[in-house]
Design a protein around this ligand. Structure first.
Ligand code: ADP
Ligand code: ADP
Length: 233
């Protein structure tokens, strides 16, 4: 059974009297443990699809089943609950709290989940060690390099043990060498059994994924297994 099942997903926006079809009809399944890259030109509907996959928004047409639950018509509060449980986000701009330490940034999702402080800190320390930042737990974002900041963001995404990691242009603000390091980390997370959906417009970055889905004009233009996987390790 698929972890993610999209059936005839559409999303339209009304701007005055104009209807914009951000997504026309998207049907696809993603299984547990897959590493998928989502590509497409600007305006093709990638962000809209990512927002729906990440339960930040709902479709105006079709059905989205996530881990056995129909999330297609949920309220914002219901979506927030599903999001906290099922999804780990990694963004281009890291989105860390500037005044909080790496440890507190990573532990934050556990505050919402009602986990006790001692357990939060133990779990956050463990995940920071996993991403190679065991020596940096007390540092604030401005005391860390770009690559280290993104490692903190990856640790934060992993802390709730989510069903899927959604990474939106995770290397978009990093130099080439650091991008390769972060892709190595994402590969390692994938090898540990996590399901990854990566949005990128960079062909080199997409080649790390095992499956590539190309979106154009709000539809899947093509969807294939990547035969030329480019691996860091
Ligand atoms: P991409 O991420 O591939 O650049 P988007 O999903 O952002 O594509 O956009 C797809 C289409 O939907 C574009 O035409 C865009 O202008 C439109 N669109 C996206 N979000 C909104 C919105 N909130 N309101 C109106 N139109 C939108
Ligand atoms: P883009 O990839 O189109 O440049 P962003 O990556 O900034 O856009 O954001 C993509 C979507 O995720 C937007 O709809 C935005 O509102 C949402 N988003 C961005 N940061 C967060 C966050 N920290 N928590 C929840 N939603 C976010």
């Amino acid at each position: 059974k698929a972890l993610i099942s999209l059936k005839d997903i559409g999303k339209k926006y009304l701007i005055g009297s104009e209807v914009i079809h951000a997504l026309r009809s998207v049907t696809l399944d993603i299984h547990k443990g897959e590493f998928v890259a989502l590509m497409g030109p600007s305006g093709s509907g990638k962000s809209t699809l990512m927002n729906i996959l990440g339960c930040l928004d709902t479709p105006t047409k079709g059905q989205y089943i996530l881990n056995g639950t129909d999330v297609s018509r949920m309220s914002d509060n219901q979506l927030a609950e599903v999001r906290n449980k099922e999804i780990g986000f990694v963004f281009q701009t890291f989105n860390l709290l500037p005044r909080s330490t790496a440890l507190d940034n990573v532990a934050l999702p556990l505050v919402y989940a009602g986990v006790h402080k001692t357990q939060r800190e133990a779990r956050a320390t463990e995940v920071l060690e996993h991403v190679g930042l065991g020596e940096r737990v007390k540092h604030k974002p401005n005391e860390l390099s770009g690559g280290q900041r993104q490692r903190v963001a990856v640790a934060r995404a992993l802390i709730n043990d989510p069903s899927i990691i959604l990474a939106d242009e995770p290397t978009g603000n990093l130099d080439t060498k650091t991008s390769v390091e972060i892709m190595g980390l994402i590969e390692e997370i994938h090898r540990r059994g996590n399901t990854i959906v990566l949005v990128t417009h960079e062909e080199d970055i997409a080649q790390h994924a095992h499956r590539i889905i190309r979106v154009r004009d709000g539809e899947v233009e093509n969807d294939y297994a990547n035969e030329n996987i480019r691996s860091v390790s």
